[in-house]
Design a binder for this molecule. Structure first.
Ligand code: ZN
Length: 254
């Protein structure tokens, strides 16, 4: 029963994420005005604003003006629902479940803003970083160590800033944006030193593969820009989820 509760709770957080994704980058209030159709501006009734279900029930169209609603809304809601469900199944009711859920919601918001506008708002990465450091005492992924959390942050921030700086000098173009570096610094505060390094490798790997795939199927050209933020976000969630230091512990103590 709790599985269903966490899934539904997640879809409501997904619904909230949709609002933040479409308002925060423009400096608009997240609470006012109430949700409305972007075309006919008619406020959306609560019955038409239920995560996933309303989209299906309305056939993906505004009840009033029949304008198509972006498919992205239910996708974000479903994604958040699944992360909440799997988070609960993986962690149980623990401190790291709460850390994981907050981390997941903010990373969903960051990923979609980056895909829409190719920016990552500082307010999101800096808040995440502060929360990561503050929650380190309850976070088994950094072995409850503030120092490890801080090391991860510094690796993500300082070291990668240098990589980005050197890369831009060598290739004479931006290889990694400032937003990406801050996002990795924030990720480092949740993962610690060795895990953020692993997350960066995974991000480069899946980012590279996706880029290659998009070029091969002709969706993108070699010179096109593919935002890196979503890949960093996926890797951070993945590494936090599998907690690799426990796997290493099992391997060294058979
Ligand atoms: Zn409408």
């Amino acid at each position: 029963m709790l599985e269903l509760f966490f899934f539904i709770l997640g879809t409501f957080f997904g619904s909230f994420s949709n609002v933040v994704i479409r308002r925060l980058p423009y400096g608009n209030s997240i609470v006012r005005p109430a949700s409305h159709c972007p075309k006919c501006l008619i406020p959306i009734k609560w019955i038409d604003n239920l995560p996933v279900i309303s989209f299906l029930f309305l056939g993906g169209k505004c009840r009033n003006c029949k304008t198509k609603i972006s498919f992205e809304y239910p996708v974000v809601e479903l994604l958040a629902g699944l992360l909440f469900l799997f988070g609960y199944l993986n962690f149980g009711i623990q401190c790291n479940l709460i850390i994981f859920l907050i981390l997941s919601v903010v990373l969903i918001i960051i990923s979609f803003i980056d895909m829409h506008l190719r920016i990552i708002p500082d307010i999101l990465t800096i808040s995440l970083l502060i929360f990561g450091l503050a929650s380190s005492f309850f976070n088994p992924v950094v072995s409850f160590s503030f120092l490890n959390s801080l090391k991860g942050t510094l690796f993500g921030g300082v070291f990668l800033y240098l990589v980005a700086f050197l890369g831009s000098k060598i290739y004479r173009k931006e290889v990694m944006g400032g937003g990406d570096v801050k996002l990795l610094a924030a990720g480092g505060s949740f993962l610690g030193l060795s895990n953020i390094f692993l997350a960066l490798l995974i991000a480069c790997f899946i980012g590279g593969l996706t880029g290659l795939f998009l070029i091969l199927i002709g969706k993108k050209k070699k010179s096109d820009f593919i935002p890196f933020g979503p890949f960093i976000a996926i890797s951070i969630v993945m590494v936090f989820f599998i907690r690799p230091q426990n796997v290493f512990l099992l391997a060294s103590h058979p």
